[in-house]
Ligand binder design. Structure first.
Ligand SMILES: Nc1ncnc2c1ncn2[C@@H]1O[C@H](COP(=O)(O)OP(=O)(O)O)[C@@H](O)[C@H]1O
Ligand SMILES: [Mg+2]
Length: 368
């Protein structure tokens, strides 16, 4: 995936701005609050249809305008694709080569994002680790996003019904219809997630060994709220889910909430056998995130036969030099990369790599 031209119109603090990036390495520099992250955000939106910073898309429209659009000209598998994302208050329109679309503009997200907030994947709640499964590695799998959408819709309806049953204090027969669907889609999601992990963990283990000079072993396990074992098949997961639901039904009604299923599951990340979330040092946790991101890039490459665009917002120069070199070694010449940094002097760290530097000042790119 290659971004050849980016055009911003009334996007955050930009008026009209056109950028022609380098096919390999791009550095966005400038002091704080000038518009570095805004550029990275716009590339991410063009590739995924959504922002990584906000769900309130209205915030993205320049304060001086009532609409905003991004145009990205990409090259993917020898094809030119123009993506246009138009934002108006309460309205978003995505067009690919002039044709309206929904979801990911180009079938796959085509981007790997690494920001300081990713540490939350290790330190944060199970929800953060599920986000990694659902949005970062899930879309590898054909139909994962489709079934996740169906599951979430059923979950929402079922929770609503549980509340109705509790409030009316009578059992409603239609609950069983929702139970059936929750377990069907739920079993699919769980089994797909386990498959994804099975595929990616060997790569993660190999990379992590390199990054730690062989001193540490990483392992990642799927923790199921239903108590499913890691090698269970879809049918087995389904029947275990059905049985478990029967046992907790009264509890679910009294709490008006679905207490089991993929929306309650977690990942356990182990370093030398201990939970990285609890026992990992800051440095170890950072290495885990870096390892997962590079795994993601490699995994995308295997599935899609091309590299995603890599976006590093404020992390490249925060890594220690060994890890930075490892990162560069694994992506340079492969994935088109965009990094932001406020310290111009640090750019010399990536001496030897061809690069294009963009200097940003109050919503404008200025020549250097
Ligand atoms: N909708 C908007 N309209 C105009 N300016 C905005 C909007 N959203 C954010 N900004 C401005 O963008 C700037 C932040 O840009 P950002 O890319 O996050 O900076 P940095 O260079 O530190 O990464 C701030 O000055 C902020 O006021
Ligand atoms: Mg920033």
């Amino acid at each position: 995936m290659l971004l050849k031209r980016l055009e911003l119109n009334n996007f955050r603090n930009y008026g009209k701005q056109v950028i022609t990036p380098d096919p390999l390495f791009n550095i966005i520099t400038g002091v704080n609050a000038q518009g570095k992250t805004n550029i990275l955000e716009s590339i991410f939106i063009a590739l995924t249809g959504r922002s990584f910073r906000t769900v309130k898309e209205k915030e993205i429209i320049s304060w001086e305008s009532n609409f905003s659009y991004i145009k990205g000209l990409f090259e993917t598998k020898g094809r030119s694709v123009e993506v246009k994302v138009l934002l108006q208050p309460g309205n978003k329109k995505i067009e690919v080569n002039g044709v309206s679309t929904r979801g990911y503009p180009m079938q796959w997200p085509g981007v790997v994002l690494f920001t300081p907030d990713d540490m939350i994947m290790i330190k944060g709640s199970p929800q953060e680790r599920r986000r990694f499964l659902d949005y970062e590695i899930g879309p590898f799998k054909n139909q994962y996003s489709h079934f996740l959408g169906l599951y979430n819709r059923v979950l929402f309806q079922r929770n609503k019904l549980l509340k109705e049953i509790r409030d009316r204090k009578n059992k409603n027969r239609s609950l069983d219809v929702w139970n059936e669907q929750l377990c069907r889609y739920g079993a699919k999601i769980i089994s797909m997630r386990m498959d994804l992990l099975k595929k990616m963990v060997p790569t993660t283990r190999g990379l992590h060994r390199i990054f730690t000079g062989g001193a540490e072993e990483i392992d990642i396990r799927y923790i199921s709220s239903i108590g499913i074992k890691n090698h269970a098949g879809e049918e087995e997961i389904y029947s275990q889910f059905r049985n478990s639901l029967k046992i907790i039904e009264d509890d679910e009604i009294s709490r008006a909430h679905s207490l089991m299923g993929p929306h309650r599951d977690d990942l356990l990340i182990l370093i030398n056998g201990s939970d990285a979330r609890i026992y990992g040092s800051q440095g170890q946790q950072r290495t885990v995130v870096l390892t997962l991101k590079i795994t993601q890039i490699k995994q995308w490459n295997k599935e899609m036969d091309e590299y995603p665009i890599l976006i590093l917002d404020d992390v490249m120069f925060e890594l220690d030099s060994n890890r930075r070199q490892e990162l560069l070694k694994h992506v340079s010449g492969l994935a088109q990369t965009f990094v932001s940094s406020s310290g111009e002097e640090k750019i010399n760290f990536i001496e030897g790599y061809t690069k294009k530097i963009f200097k940003v000042k109050s919503g404008k790119i200025i020549d250097i």
